[in-house]
Ligand binder design. Sequence first.
Ligand SMILES: NC(=O)c1ccc[n+]([C@@H]2O[C@H](COP(=O)([O-])OP(=O)(O)OC[C@H]3O[C@@H](n4cnc5c(N)ncnc54)[C@H](O)[C@@H]3O)[C@@H](O)[C@H]2O)c1
Ligand SMILES: N[C@@H](CCO)C(=O)O
Length: 823
Amino acid sequence: MTAARPVRVHKFGGTSVATADRIRRVVQLVQAEPETARRVVVVSALGGVTDQLLGCIDAALARTGAHRTTIEALRQRHQEVLEALVLPEERTALEAQLNAHWQALTELLDGLYLLRECTPRTRDAIISFGERLSAPLVAAAFRAAGSEAIALEATELIRTDDTFGEANVDFATTNRLIRERFAAIPEDQIVVVTGFIGSTPEGVTTTLGRSGSDYTATILGAALDAELVVIWTDVDGVMSADPRLVPEAFVLPHLSYREAAEMAYFGAKVLHPRTMEPLQAKGIPLRIRNTLNPAAPGTLITAEAPPPPWYVRAVTAIRDVAVLMLEGSGMLGAPGLTGRAFQALAEHKINVLLVSQASSEQSLCLGVRAADAETALDVLRRTFAFELETGRIRRIYLVPECATVSVVGDRMRHQPGLAGRMFSALGQANVNVLAIAQGAAETNISAVIAQRDAQRAVQALHETFILRTMRAHLFLIGTGVIGGTLLDMLARQIPQLKEEEGLELRLAGLATAERMLWQPAGTPWNEARERLRAEGEPMDLDRLVQLLTTERPRRLVVVDATASEEVARRYPDLLMAGVAVVTPNKRANTLSYEFYRRLREIARERRVPYRYETTVGAGLPVIATLQDLLLAGDSVRRIEGVFSGTLAYLFNQMAEGVPFSEAVRAARAAGYTEPDPRDDLSGEDVARKLLILAREAGLPVERSDVEVQPLVPDELREVPLEEFLARLGEQDAYWRERVEEARREGRRLHYIGRIEDGRLAVGVQAIGPDSPFYNLQGTDNLIAFTTAYYCRTPLVVRGPGAGPEVTAAGIVSDLRRALEQMR
Ligand SMILES: NC(=O)c1ccc[n+]([C@@H]2O[C@H](COP(=O)([O-])OP(=O)(O)OC[C@H]3O[C@@H](n4cnc5c(N)ncnc54)[C@H](O)[C@@H]3O)[C@@H](O)[C@H]2O)c1
Ligand SMILES: N[C@@H](CCO)C(=O)O
């Protein structure tokens, strides 16, 4: 006795067998499969036929007479296919077989026409003809192409109950019938089986409901212990998300049965969850393949699938959902209430997609299809009329135009933090969540959101969980020395960030004091300034803040590279709207202490990044160092330092004999000074830095608490900038003398700030060689923290404290940290 051949079941849907050409293709595809396997082919009706048969039923009931015309058109279509495909010697017999079907069909429809009534049983009988007509044609096409093939009607194989329209399979009998029938057929014969249909023990035809032909294929596969069931379709496989919503979605090579079922439940039109059931017990694999691209491997579905890189396999969405809300304190501890709601909806054949109930039991939230929403509302209001009247249920209402989004994956089980990632990704995408549901199986988490947010939500989740990339947006205010350098630096880094770290940072626009450009979809980094000039509109800060806060793209960071108080005052609006702020601008943190406190509070409460490391020491980690000390439980005793790159440079240059006015001009040309260099020379810039550090260290101090010794006399500080610069030479002699005087005493001048015992002071000091500040060079800052832990030797941060590159680099570092927080 030879060993039984392994069985492969191939299922082709209506579009795959819509025309003679397509049927030929089906024949080729199956013939290309290994002949060592027994080949079973399940077919649907020719594309569109089932719907036309349903149309015939309606036409007959409405007595339009159109059913006859449609039947004739269908007959002709099948006849054309027959003539194109079938061997001449088989034609007469096959025509006779099909004619018997057409006659039976016409009689049934005429009967409806007369009776004006169609029972579910008659409906099943009528629509079963689609498959009963297609299978013999496909089998004949195989024979014409040289393969041995026969057609079988599944009515003799699949035994069901009499739930017409969606009959339940009696697997014990069905398996026996299939095995017996196939045992009588030579194994090298291709067997073409009608999909979708079965019959009751009395021999009455039934149908298996939606995706019934897929089900037929898996029922046959299981009964015959198949090695594989192939569902041929017109897509390359199951995708990681709906490609219409997510262009980056890709075909998933491997899924588990459970994942495929979850995806089907949650909106992906993959396979009906029921389809996998017959295969599961035996672990028979199922593969989805594309008839139009048979070389593609498709998607393999098995009991276990190799895990995805990061827990989640796919993201799905159901659109056109409505949410029914039942609210009221009387719902607490009323056990039957939820049951009654479901029962009432079920009686009206309303399917509940999602359920969520807070443990306070004060509200129940049910997701239903939008088409069912009004009926569902009416049903619930009638069901709970008494409770509504007595106030046990306060109100029942509808939230229309919703969608559900879900993440699906077997590996999601027992993974703490996944739900958190999901909701923070939605939050970052500015998507509000109306309701949440997660089954105890933990293989999917769903959220109900507004329909208009669906695409944004699915993209955000796909990006977070599947692509593991991150798209973020930057809006730059200020394109001067620092902003301009930052733009150039980022333009260079962007390709690498994307390639190596999966970070796609887009420039959503930029603004200066004169113009603004809002391009949330992204503007090219290296053309940004030109675009601003060419396409920008006049700067309007109110409008800009409005755009940034209400129309913000996902993960938006505003970099404020101005020195403007007006801009700084808008940070609360930005942070409140979830827009991160990264800034080298010292203004915000040096307005009133109350303002500073509020900014930090909003940032903390909203969990939105607010970063300003470059406001002290430019790119040096000064604020981070202080924050780390405090985090470690340290307490600050003294902070002392040279905090100005410009002034360090100035004194170093003067020590070399360069006149004061010339050194200031050189500092300005090198981009060390503030936009208004009077801020440096008045000591104001250092006073601000000291104020920021004092506040960071916990002191609720104001600007007026800082004692400041200016470098230029009051009368010079008051004059316009041009005049100020022109008259700087007037100070040269004074400073030459002071530098000389210090040198004679073996000392050097530096501008030093100090916080100690709650006192803040900045001013010029003559320091000796024993001071750590004595050897500072160029624009070097040196900040020494004397603390409880660092009391004998202070912790020192030293390095260039001003300049476009170091500052821009510090901003990039803050930006990256902010984006990390926004993942
Ligand atoms: N130069 C440094 O080494 C250094 C170091 C740390 C911090 N910073 C800070 O960087 C910031 C920028 O300095 P810069 O030298 O690049 O200044 P800049 O004068 O070269 O450029 C300022 C930019 O801000 C824009 N701007 C001004 N007011 C505005 C408003 N109200 N609305 C919109 N845009 C406005 C201007 O049009 C310009 O594009 C300052 O706050 C400065 O303190 C500079
Ligand atoms: N003007 C500032 C820039 C850095 O904040 C300085 O010279 O230190």
